[in-house]
Design a protein around this ligand. Structure first.
Ligand code: ATP
Ligand code: MG
Length: 295
């Protein structure tokens, strides 16, 4: 049994209504136990694909994660990336921008964190915060010190356009992009926040600011809907992944990444004639060396 992740895809140009995407869907699995072993198998598959990606040094894979607090971004990154070769992966977490970040355009800091060819790059939050948290708190636009004439009612629409153009440019340069919105219910977030308050080992994860953002839930959902509708493209699609059951979120994300890599038709580079000759020479050398020691 496998997760068919197509149902989480936001089709390019479609109008997203988040209510139509479930937060608790776990099909075809009925329980975590039933899915036992599946994630380990997927991670082993991912490991194999990553090796070839790395060897080819042509494509790179960018995974973008966005979500409300406590939706489990950190857990997905930890579980799904756990079996991969750390040398071929990078994780960048985007917090509130620093003064240095703010003296550049909003894509500057993300550009600097993009994965090299052959690597998998994970964005824990991303340039999308610019049309989410900044949209919900328009006072943050002030901090960006944009020339006044440029801040018009079209600002958000222009940012969607710029993001799409940026991602298309990346795609055309060999960066495969997959974007994940971990879709959590408001009730499950409440439960997880309470757990963070109750469990001393989880206290550090809670901040009053998170609880305050929760009060703006509907504004965030509206910003997400508009953003998902405007920026899911064929070259950089969004997936709305159910996040109420963490084990299922991990499976769904893993299967989407596997599908993306499998679609590339990756293969270990084949040595050319000159290199084959070199390999032969090396073999003769090594075999000669062993015989030499024996004598
Ligand atoms: P955790 O899940 O562990 O809480 P986190 O990703 O929520 O991790 P925090 O340090 O709690 O990390 O939050 C980062 C904060 O930075 C978020 O509130 C986010 O909205 C904010 N942020 C990220 N990018 C921007 C941006 N471009 N402009 C303004 N705020 C931003
Ligand atoms: Mg947080």
């Amino acid at each position: 049994m496998k997760v068919d992740a197509d149902r989480f895809l936001v089709k390019a140009g479609s109008r997203v209504r988040l209510r139509r995407f479930g937060t608790a869907d776990t099909r075809p699995f009925e329980s975590k136990e039933q899915a036992e072993g599946r994630l380990a198998r997927d991670i082993a598959r991912l490991f194999g694909l990553q090796e070839v990606l790395y060897a080819e040094q042509r494509w790179s894979l960018l995974l973008v994660f966005q979500a409300m607090d406590a939706a489990g971004k950190d857990g997905v990154i930890k579980h799904v990336m756990s079996g991969l070769n750390p040398q071929g992966t990078t994780v960048a977490s985007f917090k509130a921008p620093s003064a240095g970040d703010l003296s550049h355009d909003f894509l500057w800091r993300v550009s600097a964190a993009l994965p090299e060819r052959g690597r998998i790059g994970v964005f824990n939050r991303s340039h999308y915060e610019e049309v989410l948290v900044v949209r919900v708190h328009p006072e943050l636009v002030e901090n960006q010190r944009l020339p006044e004439d440029l801040v018009t009612r079209k600002l958000w629409e222009q940012r969607y356009e710029d993001i799409n153009a940026f991602e298309r440019h990346l795609a055309r340069s060999g960066t495969v992009i997959r974007k994940f919105f971990l879709h959590l219910s408001k009730e499950e977030q409440r439960r997880r926040f309470l757990e963070r308050l109750d469990d001393p080992a989880k206290n550090w994860k809670f901040s009053l600011a998170d609880a305050r953002e929760r009060e703006r839930w509907d504004d965030y959902m509206a910003a997400y809907e508009e953003m998902l509708s405007a920026t899911s493209t064929t070259h950089a699609p969004w997936y709305v992944v159910p996040a109420d059951h963490k084990w299922f979120t991990h499976l769904a994300v893993a299967s989407i990444i596997i599908e993306a890599l499998e679609g590339l038709g990756l293969a270990f580079p084949k040595p050319g004639r000159a290199q084959r000759r070199e390999l032969q020479l090396a073999r003769r050398h090594l075999e000669g060396g062993r015989a030499g020691r024996k004598r």
